[in-house]
Design a protein. Structure first.
Ligand code: NAP
Length: 268
């Protein structure tokens, strides 16, 4: 991992004004809600995603000033490093990293191709590793930082037909717990937020896939998905963003290594 030349006076000046928060997979869904929320909280936000156009549209709509965007696939080591270097050059050291980028591909276990398995681990788990490694030096140098990983209830319990995704999300929870211990005395906290079914494209695609696989009515499948939530509804992206916002605040300094389930009581 590369170190970055210090620009102490400039960095310190920016630091007192607005912390620099980088959010992966920020273009839509939960990531976009987190970006809006952290911008409203007063952060300078860097949006990371695969489509510059989608990021530009969101960037223009964010409250506050000093926001930016970088394009990378979180599973690509060189692209991640280049994107984090660009973000740092534009907005100074990273104080908050939200690892949100993710994909959920469903398949019966016996029909899961090696490529599907590897893709799920790459985006959902290796991406968290690469982005956290690219950001940690900034946080250690400042002796303060926040890493929040958007895992899933699939990091806390099993679900049929998403074995690869579930294995990857359990991996994210393990990574979170280990990093929290390693950095406990450094001013950096590392936590996971674990949403249940949330009203985004991932849920809509999951319903469409299950309908295509089984020939069943999509509305009935959605009802079945949401029946696992004791509140009998989908979580809203802004509810996940609220949990992230709290974890990023000064009052959450003692909270580290946790998996906060935002799931209407699905996991207790
Ligand atoms: P979404 O609407 O599909 O958004 C996913 C975002 O991740 C998109 O912006 C996508 O970018 C980005 N992304 C995907 N692969 C990427 C890659 N390789 N590199 C960089 N960015 C990538 O889904 P969402 O529901 O908001 O999901 C956000 C996170 O929440 C994921 O980690 C997901 O596993 C987790 N989660 C979701 C639910 C749910 O029910 N929705 C429940 C639990 C956990 P593009 O726009 O370029 O595709």
């Amino acid at each position: 991992m590369s170190h970055h030349p210090a620009r102490p006076a400039e960095d310190a000046a920016r630091e007192t004004t607005a912390p620099h928060a980088l959010i992966t997979g920020a273009a839509r869904g939960i990531g976009a809600a987190i970006a809006r929320r952290l911008a409203a909280d007063g952060c300078r936000v860097t949006l990371l995603g695969r489509s510059g156009e989608a990021l530009a549209a969101l960037q223009a709509a964010l409250p506050g000033a000093g926001h930016g965007r970088v394009v990378a696939d979180v599973a690509d080591e060189a692209a991640v490093q280049a994107a984090f270097d660009a973000a740092r050059a534009a907005a100074g050291p990273i104080r908050i990293l939200v690892n949100n980028a993710g994909q959920a591909r469903s398949a019966a276990f016996a029909k899961t191709r090696l490529q599907d398995w590897q893709d799920m681990l790459a985006v959902n788990l290796t991406g968290v590793f690469l982005c956290s490694r690219a950001a940690i030096a900034d946080m250690l140098a400042a002796r303060q930082g926040r890493i929040v990983n958007i895992a899933s209830t699939a990091g806390q319990k099993g679900y049929a037909y998403v074995a690869a995704y579930t294995a990857a999300k359990h991996g994210v929870v393990g990574l979170t717990r280990s990093m929290a211990l390693e950095y406990a005395r450094s001013g950096v906290t590392v936590n996971a937020v674990c949403p249940g079914y949330t009203d985004t494209d991932i849920l809509r695609e999951g319903v469409a896939n299950a309908a295509a696989r089984t020939g069943r009515d999509p509305a009935a499948i959605l009802d079945e998905f949401l029946a696992v939530n004791p509140q009998r509804r989908a979580v809203r992206p802004d509810e996940v963003a609220d949990a992230v916002s709290w974890l990023c605040g000064a009052g959450a300094q003692s909270v580290t290594g946790q998996c906060i389930s935002v799931s209407g009581g699905e996991v207790t």
